[in-house]
Every structure is written in structure tokens, then in C-alpha cells.
Design a protein around this ligand. Structure first.
Ligand SMILES: NC(=O)c1ccc[n+]([C@@H]2O[C@H](COP(=O)([O-])OP(=O)(O)OC[C@H]3O[C@@H](n4cnc5c(N)ncnc54)[C@H](O)[C@@H]3O)[C@@H](O)[C@H]2O)c1
Length: 311
């Protein structure tokens, strides 16, 4: 099977995430069928899709012709068999309840033709659990989107225990084809990658709020106006590079990190890497250039976000 063999896609669950995921596929040119439990729910999905298309056109992200084409490629049904028999690729986006997802995967496994790939958008479960009763272990996987999924570009892509490289590559390539940014997650674990990183910040923010260290308003303001401001340009590794931490002497680097790692094993591994005293991504010979590029980008964002009323 190849990416080109995917001609039609199905989305099971047309709620908060499902309607947006359907938009991605339809906008990418795929006839897309959404299944939900009732006509009323599907009417709401269609309304949401229409409103999003209007917004996309109004904001000049796409043309009216593209919006019309997208809408014409989306159909809906309450019958699971229709999605199962008509789709080469199905995304499960139903309620986050393990039993429901297991039943759905098992039923789809029985109803779909053998080549169909089935993926889940679960936030917290792993494919080993969701797909435990599925025979096509080689053709299941995870695509984890971020709300709103028709706008936020990144999508985590992960395997289940039996997913083949062939299937994985098709899932990955399909995400690129519909203009998402796939992020490879190499291990199966609850929360996968990005919700865990996001969760770490959320937990600490909740603790600091509960301890009265700052108000919710100031925590939001602080995040948005400092590292949140930088984040469109850099994550923690690029930040390490561009802040020049790799140039510090070893004892200062070590002191800075002491006590901040979750385990001795992590501390040892990261210290080993840090002890190399070199950046993760930036070419040390072009450091000044990288810093200038960053600063230009920050200045543009500063003007856009905080200096809009000044001439
Ligand atoms: N909301 C988010 O920000 C977010 C982000 C990433 C991942 N997710 C994950 O996406 C999934 C869906 O979340 P959501 O926020 O869209 O939930 P939601 O409740 O808005 O939508 C779920 C939809 O699935 C439908 N549904 C339930 N059982 C069904 C079935 N058997 N067949 C067809 N439709 C069925 C429901 O009627 C509902 O319309 C969950 O697994 C969630 O963890 C959510």
C-alpha cells in the first residue's frame, strides 16, 4: 500500500476535534465522510465546518473556490458501515473513553477492507490498549492533533506495538500532504510527547496559583509576555543554543541544572550531552548570525503584538 492508494477518508466523531480534522482532509483534496451518532450532531458539525470556511475566506487563508471545494468533498452519515466500507484511511475522534474506543476499533477492524488504516486522536490512551482486540495490528496508529486542529499545524504521529514502517510512513506522508506538520513520537506512552510537556507547565502553574504565588491573570501574562513570546521561534533546546548556555563553563552549567531533573538517569544523560559544551542545532561559527535572525523575528513580533497603537 502507498499514499496514492488513499482516495477517500473517514472521520468517526464530528465533535470539537472531529469537524476540524475533517476540514484538513477535505481541504487537502480528499473526499471525507464524517460519522456521528445522530443527525442533530452531524448538523452541528456541518455548521461548524461552514463557519470555519467562512472565517478562512474572510481572513484570506483560502479562496471562496477552495472553501466551496472543501465543503463539496465532505459528507456525513450516522452509519458506521458507510464510513468503514468507503474509506481507505479512518481517524477515530470519539469521546475519550477507553472502552468506547476499543469497541469502535474492533468493529471497524471487522467492517473495513483489509487495506484500511485506522488511527486514533486520543489524548491520553495508547494504541496497545485501544487496539488490543484488532487483527490489523500493522495498520493502526496515532495522529494526535491540537485544538483547533484545522488551524494548529503540528500533529503527533506514533505507532502502536505492531504498526509497520510502511503504515507509519503513509500516515506521516498523509499529514504532510494535507499541510500539517507531523511530529515523530518514537515511543508509546500515555500523553505521548507534547501533552506531557504542556502538562508539566500546567501542573506547575496550578501549584503556584494554589500556593498564592501569583494570580491566574499574572501567571497568564507572565507566560505570554516572556517564554510564550519566544516560543514561536524556539523550544528548550534552541533556547539553550541561542542563550549561549553551551558557552558557559561546565561548573556553572551543572549548578544551574542541579536538582531540576526528574531522575538521576535523566540528569546523567542530559549532563553528558551538556558537558560536550556545544549547541544542539546552531552552528557555533554562525552563532551571531543566528542571534540576529532571532532578534529580528522577536522585534517583528513585538511590534505586531505589543506596539500596534504606536506609529
Ligand atoms: N478537545 C481537545 O482539545 C482535544 C485535543 C486533542 C485530542 N482530543 C481527543 O479527541 C477525541 C475527541 O475529543 P473532542 O474534544 O472532539 O470530543 P467531543 O465530545 O467534542 O466529540 C466527540 C464526538 O464523538 C461522538 N461519538 C461518540 N461515540 C461515537 C461513536 N461510537 N461513533 C461516532 N461518533 C461518536 C460524539 O457524539 C461527539 O460528537 C478524544 O479522544 C480527545 O481526547 C481532544
Amino acid at each position: 500500500m502507498e499514499l496514492a492508494d488513499i482516495k477517500k477518508v473517514g472521520v468517526v466523531g464530528g465533535g470539537t476535534m472531529g469537524f476540524g480534522i475533517a476540514i484538513n482532509f477535505a481541504l487537502g483534496g480528499y473526499p471525507t465522510i464524517i460519522r456521528d451518532l445522530s443527525d442533530a450532531l452531524l448538523q452541528q458539525s456541518t455548521k461548524n465546518i461552514q463557519a470555519s470556511m467562512d472565517l478562512f475566506v474572510e481572513e484570506e487563508l483560502i479562496t471562496q473556490a477552495e472553501a466551496d471545494g472543501t465543503l463539496s468533498r465532505i459528507t456525513t452519515t450516522t452509519k458506521l458501515e458507510e464510513v468503514a466500507t468507503q474509506s481507505d484511511f479512518i481517524t477515530e475522534v470519539i469521546v475519550e473513553r477507553l472502552k468506547d474506543k476499543q469497541v469502535l476499533f474492533k468493529t471497524l477492524d471487522q467492517l473495513c477492507p483489509p487495506h484500511t488504516i485506522i488511527v486514533s486522536n486520543t489524548s491520553g490512551f495508547v494504541m496497545s490498549d485501544i487496539g488490543a482486540d484488532v487483527r490489523r495490528q500493522d495498520k493502526i496508529g496515532l495522529t494526535h492533533y491540537f485544538a483547533p486542529p484545522h488551524i494548529v499545524p503540528g500533529v503527533e504521529v506514533a505507532k502502536g506495538p505492531g504498526t509497520t514502517d510502511e503504515t507509519y510512513n503513509i500516515i506521516y506522508d498523509l499529514m504532510q500532504k494535507v499541510r500539517k506538520i507531523p511530529i515523530r513520537v518514537r515511543k508509546e506512552l500515555p500523553g505521548y510527547l507534547l501533552n506531557r510537556i504542556q502538562g508539566a507547565m500546567g501542573r506547575e502553574a496550578a501549584r503556584l496559583w494554589a500556593e498564592g504565588v501569583a494570580t491566574a491573570e499574572d501567571i497568564e501574562l507572565g507566560i505570554q509576555s516572556t517564554f510564550g513570546f519566544r516560543m514561536p521561534h524556539e523550544g528548550p533546546f534552541l533556547h539553550y543554543d541561542l542563550a549561549g548556555i553551551w558557552k558557559w563553563s561546565a561548573d556553572i552549567r551543572t549548578r544551574r541544572r542541579r536538582g531540576s531533573e526528574p531522575s538521576d538517569e535523566v540528569a546523567e544523560k542530559i549532563s553528558e550531552r551538556m558537558d560536550e559544551g556545544k549547541p544542539w542545532f546552531v552552528d557555533p561559527n554562525r552563532f551571531d548570525e543566528a542571534v540576529e535572525k532571532r532578534d529580528r523575528e522577536y522585534i517583528r513580533r513585538l511590534k505586531e503584538l505589543y506596539r500596534t497603537d504606536e506609529k
